[in-house]
Design a protein around this ligand. Structure first.
Ligand SMILES: NC(=O)c1ccc[n+]([C@@H]2O[C@H](COP(=O)([O-])OP(=O)(O)OC[C@H]3O[C@@H](n4cnc5c(N)ncnc54)[C@H](O)[C@@H]3O)[C@@H](O)[C@H]2O)c1
Length: 330
């Protein structure tokens, strides 16, 4: 029986929604978060809950991390430097968090033999042009001067470390590769496309599409991601394995910009921006198409995302619209 769950990055976007689900399932939750991209506001509604505790701290504090992992029954390791813009702007701290931080989390989980779910990313497929991506496909990265690949590489190293712990000490770790997950509480500050488009449309600012907008992606509603994450972590037979968690409906970034604009009823222009300009010449290249094959997770836990693309976009609009309207009136 799982009683106490530790979520690193528990005051972040996915972490805060996961905390809600875990509490609803009857577990007690400790969220460890340094509030770098997460916030107290994300978990404000949980702070007085008797089975929730927010600990503001960094995963690099080994003594604190060890004590928390020792007392937890299950660990969700979500803390990371996230978002392409953040990684391109602060590559060193991002890599330190994602590599050294995860190494420490895995070491402690291994020491106490704790069930752990590791959050990875579709970015690890890199420049592989195959579609859709299945878990056994090759990871293809660009050269080391293109900073954006440091995120993918750091997460790939995390996966290697996790699998090595599983093989050498039997650590019950499961790896979830998230494809764009979106919903309420996702920040627009670190280059996440949907909250950025929604905010630009609400404010009547130009909607900035990188490149020519023909890049195609899928999106997953936060509640579908949380449901899959929770059930995967609780399934002991998933240990030692890697699973895609993503959506099925593909859309180009130009189509997405137009859809957001019409849903917000905005008269924003749609402006294409060359990658060089968008990322200050810091070495950026993008993938044309990124679509998950979710058969493996479907066979493991019965995965079928319940929310449509309309639901997903409406959820983000509902989250941002009242705030922006209030700000506009102030
Ligand atoms: N949202 C997505 O679409 C997506 C896609 C792929 C992978 N992921 C992965 O999912 C996880 C959660 O991402 P998210 O979208 O919720 O982003 P997020 O930025 O909201 O969450 C990350 C959380 O980790 C915290 N954090 C960062 N460094 C820390 C440190 N050193 N110590 C303690 N806390 C720290 C941040 O404050 C934040 O609350 C990440 O591992 C990310 O790589 C997310």
């Amino acid at each position: 029986m799982v009683n106490l769950v530790l979520i690193t990055g528990g005051a972040g976007f996915i972490g805060s929604h996961l905390a809600e689900r875990l509490i609803a399932e009857g577990h007690s939750v400790i969220a460890l978060d340094n509030l770098s991209t997460g916030s107290r506001t994300n978990v404000q509604h949980l702070l007085n809950h008797p089975r929730f505790e927010l600990i503001v701290g960094d995963i690099s504090n080994e003594a604190q991390l060890a004590a928390l992992i020792k007392q937890a029954d299950v660990v969700f390791h979500l803390a990371a430097a996230v978002g392409v813009k953040l990684i391109v702007d602060k590559p060193l701290t991002s890599m330190t968090t994602n590599i050294r931080g995860t190494e420490m989390v895995l070491e402690q989980a291994s020491k106490w033999n704790k069930r752990i779910l590791l959050a990875s990313t579709s970015e690890v497929y890199g420049k592989n042009t195959k579609t859709p991506f299945s878990e056994d496909d090759d990871l293809v990265f660009g050269n080391t001067k293109k900073t954006r690949w440091s995120y993918a590489c750091s997460k790939a190293i995390d996966e290697f470390l996790a699998i090595a712990h599983h093989r050498e000490s039997g650590l019950p770790v499961t790896i979830a590769r998230y494809f764009n997950t979106v919903g309420a509480r996702q920040s627009d500050q670190y280059g996440m496309v949907l909250p950025t488009f929604v905010n630009q449309a609400i404010k009547g600012e130009p909607i900035t599409v990188h490149g020519d907008g023909s890049q195609r992606r899928t999106f997953t509603h936060i509640l579908d991601t949380v449901d899959a994450t929770y059930r995967l972590a609780m399934d002991e037979s998933a240990a030692g394995d890697v699973f895609n968690i993503g959506g099925s409906i593909e859309i180009s970034m130009m189509e997405l910009a137009k859809l957001v604009r019409s849903k917000v009823n905005s008269d924003s222009q749609i402006k294409t921006i060359p990658y060089k300009e968008a990322f200050n010449n810091k070495g950026f290249e993008d993938m044309q198409r990124r679509v998950p094959d979710c058969n493996k997770i479907d066979q493991q836990i019965g995965y079928s995302p319940r929310h449509s693309l309309d639901d997903i976009i409406d959820n983000v609009i509902d989250y941002y619209q009242p705030v922006s309207q209030t700000a506009a009136m102030a």
